[in-house]
Design a protein around this ligand. Sequence first.
Ligand SMILES: CSCCC(=O)C(=O)COP(=O)(O)O
Ligand SMILES: [Zn+2]
Length: 208
Amino acid sequence: MFDVTRYAAAADEIVQAGRFLYQRGWSPATSSNYSARIDGEHIAITVSGRHKGQLGAGDVMVVDLAGRAVQSNCRSSAETRLHTVLYELFPDVGAVLHTHSVKATVLSRLIDSGQALVLEGYELQKAFAGVETHESVLSVPVFENTQDIDALAEETREWFRAHPEQPGYLIRGHGLYTWGRTMADCLRHVEAFEFLFECELETMRVRP
Ligand SMILES: CSCCC(=O)C(=O)COP(=O)(O)O
Ligand SMILES: [Zn+2]
């Protein structure tokens, strides 16, 4: 069982995040999904197919860390397992956001298969929790897109088990996943990634 007050607080954070991310153009149409931790075994997550700029409390449901719906007849996000593996892997993660911006989508298609996007030399890298200097190297893996979410979830589990300090990943032609200790941290990470993606794309444009 979960605490209803904590669920309500998590749902409210998700609704507010949806408004912000939709307004920024990073969650168009019914794309994207968001979650927030309720306790050690439960998360609040968006219901599948809902418009993320117009979320209400009824568009956020509870699942356990195996991805099973708790006290709801709704279908949770099709990508629920991509969220739950992160909560399983990192007990201090409190929120996970998945977005579908143009820049994340285009950049993910420009990185060679098997390669990661390497970010280094940017002062804004310090927006990521635990990063102290522009001299740090962030490695953003690009996973191939698939409709087999369970398989992709296991791929991400293995990669991040080996690289726990990295703050996000791309899915080719699809979008970004990032997380944080709090929803505010997580939103800051989305914003930082968007800035860095734009820098990378602009650098490729002027220096092909
Ligand atoms: C309309 S975008 C295709 C599905 C997707 O990638 C997504 O992020 C939204 O899926 P959900 O089941 O969470 O609504
Ligand atoms: Zn998606």
